[in-house]
Design a protein around this ligand. Sequence first.
Ligand SMILES: CC(=O)SCCNC(=O)CCNC(=O)[C@H](O)C(C)(C)COP(=O)(O)OP(=O)(O)OC[C@H]1O[C@@H](n2cnc3c(N)ncnc32)[C@H](O)[C@@H]1OP(=O)(O)O
Ligand SMILES: CC(=O)C(=O)O
Ligand SMILES: [Mg+2]
Length: 352
Amino acid sequence: MSISKPPRSFFKPLAIGAPAPFRELPTRVERMIHFVPPHIEKVRAKSGDIAKQADVVLANLEDAIPSDAKEAARAGALDMAENIDFSSTGTGFWARVNCLNSPWFLDDVTELVTKAGNKLDVIMLPKVEGPWDIHYADQLIAQLEAKASIKRPIMLHAILETAEGVQNVEQICLASPRMHGISLGPADLAASRAMKTTRVGGGHPFYKVIEDPRSDDAPRAAAQQDLWHYTVSKMVDACCTAGIKPFYGPFADIADVEACEQQFRNAFLMGCAGTWSLHPKQIDIAKRVFSPDVDEVLFAKKILAAMPDGTGVHMIDGKMQDDATWKQAKVMVDLARQVAEKDPDLASAYEF
Ligand SMILES: CC(=O)SCCNC(=O)CCNC(=O)[C@H](O)C(C)(C)COP(=O)(O)OP(=O)(O)OC[C@H]1O[C@@H](n2cnc3c(N)ncnc32)[C@H](O)[C@@H]1OP(=O)(O)O
Ligand SMILES: CC(=O)C(=O)O
Ligand SMILES: [Mg+2]
């Protein structure tokens, strides 16, 4: 017997007075979630400017914040909520709270929801292992939303960063209508799986395929493979099944902008909606990569124009098009339209 909720109960608020969860995700361009360490006053002071460039600004309270600065980071996050104008640029405001078994989680969530709940779009929950973690956070947030008379539901975004979480990713995505999406957490995940790498995201020179031995004994060609391909694929399928958004996560080799761009691009091509930026220079990389390519969009527009009702078969520039490629084209053009609303240069390049 199934133990899932009956369909009619799924969208009911979990506390009397809490807002009803969204039936559909709000349509938002979220090409990058920019991480700010809120306890550092100098960096926090810049986050108003960052909010004009990034699609999402996130106050990070978890890893990378020293244990003796956790309260300061929380206070910094509340300060950001109060003093930065996110709404006029349509920028999302998120916070990554400490994990559920930490001494800080309860105060993080309580203070964020009750003091800044009407400003906060998404709470990012680290180290989620199964749907039970989502159920607990979901109920607690509903109680706090009700207590503080929050008008819009705060969404939940889980980080996929333990082997158990990857094993349970489908149930995590389906656990609650409060779910917004999932991000890959390659550092904790590597540790959890005992992967032998000290890198945060990206490839590894030892993870490669080499060609067969050559008759001339010349060095054999080799190509690095993507360590994260399986996990990203699994995450994308789980998110899309649940109607929520998959994201790549951090790329910590800040100086290696080329490898960062390639890792982001692989994730974009595989279906991710966005990524994280840890440093201001990763914002532009993410913007470039997660905005659809102009030539691809112009080609996709030709497909839509040639097949107004989305059926049949057509040849365009020597390539066969049918109902399936019409859907591929629609994905591209729909995203381009959303990006165009934020970016007038791209709007004109896409010829909208
Ligand atoms: C595995 C995980 O959990 S990943 C998520 C957790 N990690 C994070 O959130 C890290 C966030 N990023 C950072 O803390 C920093 O970018 C670091 C530590 C990676 C690098 O910091 P620095 O060495 O100071 O970078 P750098 O010197 O290049 O900074 C250039 C400027 O950008 C500013 N800056 C750096 N990072 C950020 C940021 N995330 N947001 C806003 N401004 C920033 C710096 O303050 C500096 O400003 P200044 O020129 O006025 O002095
Ligand atoms: C993203 C993150 O938290 C990690 O890679 O561990
Ligand atoms: Mg982590």
